[in-house]
Write a protein that binds this ligand. Structure first.
Ligand code: ADP
Ligand code: MG
Length: 245
């Protein structure tokens, strides 16, 4: 991870300051601020309906923020259309996977391909190394994959864009425990290569295992921010905001 020699501070991959977002007249995000340091995993937690997906949609430009700033490595992106934000280096693994069911595994990866300068860019073969199950199903229609395989494909598709920041919206949702563990290992591996990840999770244990920092939102406002280490010491710092786990 890059650390500034003068200030001793790491680079911020993603920074939100006072982000407000609306669906029509419905005011859903009330000033969300967060920081994702380069190469880290920030877990974004909160009850159902708290505004997690809306936060992700605002970052990706799919629901543009009406106020506040969003920066990617210091560069303002909150006014950019979604395709420019993707090209600038933010890729999304959407809630519910949203793979293209009528395309094959390989075609799903191909449509997302974007080259970027880097030490070891993501390629088809590297995605298949990460998820060998996908390699066995290269020509299979993505709609016929199991839920876990579709999630692996959704992650692989996002990686094919060689992102600088990866947004993951509930990657473990609806998956059997063994598959959750497999997806968790893949996220660990992606992280170990230095990718910065904003991880929305309902699976508290998985989030705690993977995250460096935790942020909890509640009705569109930040209720807690802190290190994952502090939360591991004292779960109650966040469980009070999350309902039953
Ligand atoms: N397309 C939409 N139109 C109107 N309201 C929405 C829409 N999507 C979500 N909401 C509302 O916005 C709030 C936040 O939703 P969301 O960001 O999806 O929550 P989370 O991902 O934390 O479960 C909820 O009250 C939800 O009902
Ligand atoms: Mg959601």
């Amino acid at each position: 991870m890059a650390t500034d020699r003068v200030t001793g501070l790491g680079n911020e991959a993603l920074t939100l300051e006072g982000v407000h977002a609306y669906y029509g007249h419905s005011h859903v995000l009330h000033g969300i601020s967060l920081r994702l340091p380069e190469g880290k995993v920030l877990a974004l937690l909160g009850r159902n309906g708290a505004g997690k997906t809306t936060t992700i949609m605002s970052i990706a430009g799919l629901l543009p923020a009406r106020a506040g700033s969003i920066k990617l490595f210091g560069r303002p992106i909150e006014k950019l259309p979604p395709e420019f934000i993707a090209r600038a280096g933010i890729r999304l693994v959407p809630q519910g996977r949203r793979i293209f069911p009528s395309l094959s595994v390989q075609e799903n990866l191909a449509v997302a391909e974007q080259q970027r300068e880097g030490k070891s860019p993501w390629t088809f073969s590297r995605v298949y190394e990460l998820f060998p199950r996908l390699q066995e199903r290269v020509r299979q229609g993505a709609g016929s994959l199991s839920g876990g395989e579709q999630q692996m494909l959704a992650i692989g598709r996002a990686l094919m864009g060689n992102p600088r920041v990866l947004l993951m919206d509930e990657p473990s949702e609806g998956l059997a425990p063994l598959i959750v563990a497999e997806v968790g290992r893949a996220i660990e591996q992606i992280k170990s290569e230095g990718l910065s990840i904003l991880l929305v999770e309902q699976n508290f244990k998985l989030a705690l295992d993977l995250a460096d920092d935790i942020i909890v939102i509640n009705t569109g406002q930040v209720a807690f921010t802190g290190s994952a280490a502090a939360v591991r010491e004292n779960n109650e710092l966040v469980t009070q905001h999350l309902g039953v786990f």
